[in-house]
Design a protein around this ligand. Structure first.
Ligand SMILES: [Zn+2]
Length: 238
């Protein structure tokens, strides 16, 4: 029976390796999604920055066209000065001209500010594009690394699967069936009993069972965690 135990433990090593590989493979789609999210964030920032450039340029053009209207009105008022007949009307016209000039002047300041705003938005857009580009390159490189990792995991799983088939073929069918039954539910499926304690669940194993275990005549399971128990001492002594 000890040889069966040894073979089962060897099989379990392969199964643990397979479980690790499957677990690692399971994380890959999540990694890919994370990469896609990084790309989306980068693209969203570029779109946002593009919109800011558009809006600020629009604001600049709006101010410029208003400024043209104001300048035209200053000119119009100025052209009327020669037609004025009374001093009062002349003073009123001068006030109109002054007010229109003030408006035009404050618009000039606003246009300068708007131009700075456009420049700032263009710089922010360049930066967003650069960052998106860097992120895209990084995600692409990570994608290649993920492809490689996936391929290597698949190859390792293939090898482990072959190893498992070969090993399983050497194990007595009943013992293999019992092991597979437990292993389908939890790994490790086989744990050691040492000092009357199940190493799987840390519960005390009753004395009669310990005696049975140490005789190693059959497969025994822990009544607590339902794993197959093997007395550590039998593997050490023989
Ligand atoms: Zn247990």
């Amino acid at each position: 029976m000890i040889e069966v135990f040894r073979a089962l433990l060897e099989l379990q090593e392969v199964d643990l390796q397979i479980a690790d590989l499957q677990q690692e493979r399971g994380t890959i789609p999540g990694e890919r999604i994370k990469g896609q999210e990084v790309l989306q964030i980068g693209n969203a920032r570029v779109s946002e920055a593009e919109l800011a450039v558009t809006e600020r340029s629009k604001e600049q053009r709006r101010l410029e066209s208003e400024f043209a209207v104001l300048e035209a009105s200053v000119e119009r008022f100025q052209s009327k000065t020669s037609d004025v007949t009374s001093n009062e009307a002349y003073r009123a016209l001068l006030r109109e001209i002054e007010m229109a000039q003030e408006k035009a002047s404050s618009h000039e300041t606003a246009i300068l500010e708007a131009m700075e705003g456009v420049e700032e938005a263009v710089r922010a857009l360049d930066l967003a594009k650069q960052e998106a580009q860097t992120a895209a390159e990084q995600v692409a490189a990570e994608g290649v690394a993920l492809d490689d990792r996936e391929k290597s995991i698949e190859a390792d799983l293939g090898t482990a699967g072959e190893q498992r088939t070969a090993l399983a073929g050497t194990i007595e069918p009943k013992a293999l069936k019992d092991y597979d039954y437990v292993a389908a539910k939890k790994l490790p499926a086989i744990v050691f009993e040492s000092d009357q304690v199940c190493e799987g669940c840390r519960m005390t194993v009753a004395t009669p069972e310990v005696i049975d275990l140490r005789k190693a005549k059959k497969l025994t399971t822990c009544i607590q965690c339902k794993r197959i128990l093997i007395a550590k001492s039998i593997l050490e002594t023989k």
